[in-house]
Structure formats: structure tokens, C-alpha cells
Design a protein around this ligand. Sequence first.
Ligand code: SF4
Ligand code: FE
Length: 484
Amino acid sequence: MTLKTAQQYEDSLRELKLKVYLQGEIVDNPVDHPIIRPSMNSVKMTYELAQDPQYEDLMTATSHITGKKVNRFCHLHQSSEDLVKKVKMQRLLGQKTAACFQRCVGMDAINAVDSVTFEMDKKLGTTYHERFKKFLLMMQEEDLTVDGAMTDPKGDRGLSPSKQADADLFVHVVEKRDDGIVVSGAKAHQTGAINSHWILVMPTIAMGKEDADYAVSFVAPADAEGIFYIYGRQSCDTRKLEDGDIDVGNKQFGGHEALMVFDHVFIPWENVLMCGEYEFSGLLVERFAGYHRQSYGGCKVGVGDVLIGATALAADYNGAAKASHLKDKLIEMVHLNETLYACGIACSAEGHKTASGTYLIDLLLANVCKQNVTRFPYEIARLAEDIAGGLMVTMPSEKDLRHPEIGKVVEKYFQGVASVPTEHRMRILRLIENITLGTAAVGYRTESMHGAGSPQAQRIMIARQGNIEQKKELAKAIAGIPAK
Ligand code: SF4
Ligand code: FE
């Protein structure tokens, strides 16, 4: 079975023994918890669409290891076309969920780890790549959701991992044994952690010799002994606990992040993918971040499509759709959204083969893509709020709308165009609120800023890849100045 059905995915999660804390309490059954379940539904969509013949080309791929059909989230990109399809798949899923569907971090991690372990083995004579391939085979055969875990808590940003007051602020090896290693530390902001079967841990920054114990990468079952999770709070998350389905904005789908803690977790050698090879940690970070920066040129665009649609509907329901300035603002939203997509496609189309055979995006264009993502969704959200109007944040609740007496008052005074039920107007405004200020804003706004690295991280890469010296030579040639 290389493709799980959506139901099989849900059932497989129920078998995990995850230790999860949410708002100070242990969660016995994360799958059915009303705050967590919408995020599970988003991941479930990655399984559901893979079963649908109309999406087969985007959602599935042919494994280069077995020749079998696998979910694209478990696939290593074998061509630039694969890279392009990845972005298109992510846009599709953003459109279907209007949320973060989480599974990309594992896909981006396997693609980065594949080429880096290959190159590391070649240079150092290690044997990590074979181990990785065994894991990949299992991931493909069982259609696993894998959480690619990179970001450490990092403590004092002015200090390297080994200089921190508390050694656990970066994941590190605390003991090396004949049969494996023992690791401690934590990974913060872990997207989809509670909906994943396995974890693929990677170092978070380039490291020096003194940080060798922190240059560690490995895979582990998500419910391995010693791992536990503290679920991240989101704006308006407790609306998910309420009856009704209007105020929450997006009843069915969501995303999540969690703090993932490793308390002396044993990792057998066969699951270790880097252990002390500090000179390769920077390369792994660069490639994973590059792939994830490409990803945002797909997923955020799909969510943007929903937001633009919702905003256009809000204008219709307000009776304002014909106003020329509103039309122009919608055009601007589309322009910004498609510019993000253009970068996602461009860095994919310009991809190239690495030594292992796996394709890597063009890193300069992927970083430009993500740099735009740190800005444009904010402007798109600003325009959405402009068009939606203040009612988006001042209107009464669904309970008021359903109230036997004041319900009529709510209906009467929040009616826009007479042919549109007030309830529809409220629904669309709550959806806009959800994406711009509510639970989905985690993925659409703040994650656009900080996910896959904060803006400055991209500027460093752009500086490194921008090749200003070569541009100087171009100018000299045109201006008639002799070359160096
Ligand atoms: Fe995927 Fe986007 Fe979520 Fe990252 S933020 S996991 S790319 S949906
Ligand atoms: Fe992300």
C-alpha cells in the first residue's frame, strides 16, 4: 500500500502514543480534540486529493526507488518539472484548506537530507545516505507524514550552541553508545508535529568545530520514548470549542505548531543521519530553507486565492463591487499574489540536479520568493481589511444571530444587498477575519514573515547569490572601462 486513504491516515494517527500538552493539560486523544482536529483535516486533505483522479498528476509521483506511485509529499524531485508540480500542488492545497496543511516540512526535509548525506558520504566516507534511503523507502511504502524539524529555541542569539548557558537550547548529543546516541533539547514552532508519524531532525544553523555535538540529524518515531509536545496557542483558538460554525471562520481546516521536547531520547545508529559533521550543517540548513522558501510560493498563494475570493464576495455583499477603487484593489491583490506564484514557479523551473540525482531549486530565486512572501501577504491582508470594512471585527456573534429575539435585529441591521442573507455576509467576513487575524493568520501572516527563516536570513542568501561583482563587469563592458 503506497497510498493511504484519508481514513487510513486518520486511523494510523490514532495508533500513535503521543504525549501532548494543550493549555496545561495532557490530551488523551489529539485526533478528536476540537482545537487540534481542524489541523488534522488539513493534512488529511493531502491524502484525500491523492486518491482523486483529477489531481493525480499533481498529488502523486513515480518513486525513483521502486517505480511505484507515491504521494508527492514522499517523493524526491527528479526533474525541474517535479519542482514545478510541487508548487502547483501546494497552491491547490492552500485553495482547498485556506490553512497550513503542514506536510511540506517533511517533503522539504527529505529532499535536503538526500543530497546532503550523499555529498557528505562522498567527502567523509560516512554511510548516512544508505540509512536515509532505507527510511525514505519506508516513508514511501507507508505513505507517512514526516515532520521536518529544524528550528531550535536558540536562547541567546549572540552565542553559538556550545556557549549557551543551558546546553538544551539546541538539540545535541548527550551520549554516544555502541548501539546509538542519546539526544536532548527541543525544536520550537514545529508545524504539524501532532499530525506526523515520524520526525526528521536537522541542525538549525551553520556550526563550527566546538559545536560538533549539536551537528546532529536523525529520524525518530513521533511517539518515541522521551519526546513530548506543548501545543502552540493561536489567536481565537478557543472559538473552535464553541457551538456553531460561523464565528470560527474556517470550521473544517487549520494548522498548528508545537514545541517538541527531547528528554534523553535514544536514537539507534540506523536512524542517525549526521553526528558531528559540523561542516555540513550549514549546507543542510541552506537547502532545507531553500526548498521551504520555494514552498511558500505555492501554499501562501493558494490561501491568498481564497482570501481574494472572500474579499470580492464581501464587496459584492456590500453592494460596492462596482466602485472602481475596489476593483483596482482586487486587481492589486491578484497582482501581488501572482507575483509570489511567479517566483515559486521560477525558482522551480530554474532548478538543477544535485550529485545524488535529486533536483534543487534555484536558491537565489527561492530566497527572492520568500522575501516577497514576508511582505505581500501583509499588503493583501491590508487590502482585504480595507474592502471588508470594520464590521469584520465589530459584528455580533453567531449566538446573537441565532437568538430568538435579537436574532431578527442582527439580521435586519447587518443586511447588505437585500438579496444576500445576512448570515452569508457574516460567514464571509468571519473567513476574512480568520485568515487575517484569527487562527489561519498564523500561517498567512506571521509565518509569512518568520517561517522558513526571517527576512534577514533571505537577505544574507540574496547577498551571497546576487553576484554583484559580475554585474560590475557587465557595466564596465558597456561603459568602456577595461575589465579586471
Ligand atoms: Fe506547507 Fe506552507 Fe504550511 Fe509550510 S506553511 S508546511 S509550506 S502549507
Ligand atoms: Fe512553514
